[in-house]
Every structure is written in C-alpha cells, then in structure tokens.
Design a binder for this molecule. Structure first.
Ligand SMILES: [Zn+2]
Length: 54
C-alpha cells in the first residue's frame, strides 16, 4: 500500500499513513495523535530536492 505523509498543524509534527488508494480518495484522514483534521499533505514528489533524513 502507498504511504502518505502529512503534517499536523496541531501536533506540529509529521504523520505517516499507509492507506489504500480508495481510503485516501475518501479523504477521511485524521491525525492519529490528536484526531484533528488539520493535516497538510507533504508532497513526496519534491522530497528529493530537500534530501532525505538520516
Ligand atoms: Zn495531530
């Protein structure tokens, strides 16, 4: 399954989801920490420009 990375504005941290395409398309994504929906998608297609961690 594809991995989606989001940034939670409430927790101020990145959260990673492993979702099926259909789950992602439903858009019902909430932060597992705070349950909030203030999630901004991190566009992994641009990650290569900022290098990877570790
Ligand atoms: Zn959160």
């Amino acid at each position: 399954m594809p991995v989606y990375e989001y940034y939670c504005d409430k927790c101020q941290r990145e959260v990673t989801f492993t979702l099926t395409i259909s789950e992602h398309d439903k858009g019902r994504i909430t932060c597992p920490k705070c349950g909030g929906k203030a999630l901004r998608p991190l566009l992994s297609t641009f990650v290569s420009q900022t290098s990877r961690k570790s």
